[in-house]
Design a protein around this ligand. Structure first.
Ligand code: GLN
Length: 285
């Protein structure tokens, strides 16, 4: 077996090995930061320090597992950061994406602009997964009432744990899209969702790490990936307060289609499309 003397040595081995196999070499740093409990700058400053022998095996196994099975580094370490907070993740939930931070940003902005400070605002996060959207909104604007819905029990368990760890008072509800709210007759002011939006036919075009390790329930939707939007929009009239905000994350080629779905149901609505930092259509609201 390799024997690393310095942290640099371990990182050097891993970077070469990852790159040789077409993987991101950044995985090595994320794993090292986790195993050494260091920030990025601490890690960079510690390159010539001794590599602790007791983490060598775990480190190498993690790198091998990433290369051999495509296990995402977030599953190796058990968490991902979202909007500056640490969220536990596992194969039952979608790994948080930076694009979704832009959805949260937009919702925060629209709430601040569109509602007054004393309004009682009920927000629903549909398909909450690890809970990132609902929990982050509650942490950023504690006066909001937040409900988070998911059909997956395992996802809800993860989300609840995250809410507890982050001390966020979010109510979690098991159910299919807006159905639990339709049933309870509750009215909602803000609806936000990052639903599954990939067409099952496009499965082969996905990156292996995504295809094999993110839950299918979180990724795929029928009707060219539009089924979830259609379902949610069809339920809106039964739960929506007016004025209300609806914000969806979308696939980059779905802007027009999702606008049409909304306009079909609400002819007077003027849904807007917003692009992400990579200039791709990413949000309809
Ligand atoms: N709401 C979660 C997220 O944005 C889960 C989304 C999903 O599973 N499609 O990461």
């Amino acid at each position: 077996m390799e024997q690393f003397t310095t942290i640099w040595g371990a990182r050097h081995w891993a970077s070469l090995f990852l790159q040789e196999h077409g993987c991101e070499k950044g995985v090595a740093d994320i794993l090292l930061m986790h195993l050494l409990s260091m920030s990025q700058s601490q890690l960079l400053a510690a390159m010539q320090d001794d590599f602790p022998q007791d983490i060598q095996e775990t480190f190498m196994e993690g790198i091998y597992q990433h290369v051999d099975k495509g296990t995402p580094v977030q599953h190796l370490i058990g968490y991902e950061y979202f909007y500056g907070r640490k969220f536990a993740v596992n194969p039952h939930v979608l790994i948080p994406r930076p694009e979704t931070e832009e959805l949260v940003e937009l919702v925060l902005r629209e709430i601040k602009a569109g509602f007054s400070k004393d309004d009682e605002i009920l927000v629903v996060d549909i398909g909450t997964g690890s809970g990132i959207i609902g929990i982050t909104l509650k942490k950023e604007l504690p006066a909001l009432h937040v409900k988070a819905v998911d059909i997956s029990k395992d996802a809800l368990q993860t989300a609840k744990q995250n809410a507890q760890d982050l001390n966020a008072d979010v109510e979690f509800v098991e159910g299919d899209f807006l159905s639990p709210l339709v049933e309870s007759g509750q009215r909602v002011d803000v609806i936000v969702s990052n639903p599954p939006y990939i067409s099952p036919e496009d499965e082969t075009s996905l990156d292996d790490v995504v295809r094999k390790h993110d839950p299918k329930l979180a990724l795929f939707a029928e009707d060219e990936g539009l089924a979830a939007y259609k379902k949610i929009v069809s339920q809106l009239p039964e739960v929506m307060n007016r004025p209300a905000l609806v914000a969806f994350e979308i696939g980059h080629q779905q802007g027009v289609a999702v606008q049409e779905i909304i306009k079909h149901k609400f002819p007077k609505a003027e849904p807007k499309v917003m692009q992400d930092i990579n200039q791709k259509d990413r949000i309809v609201y």
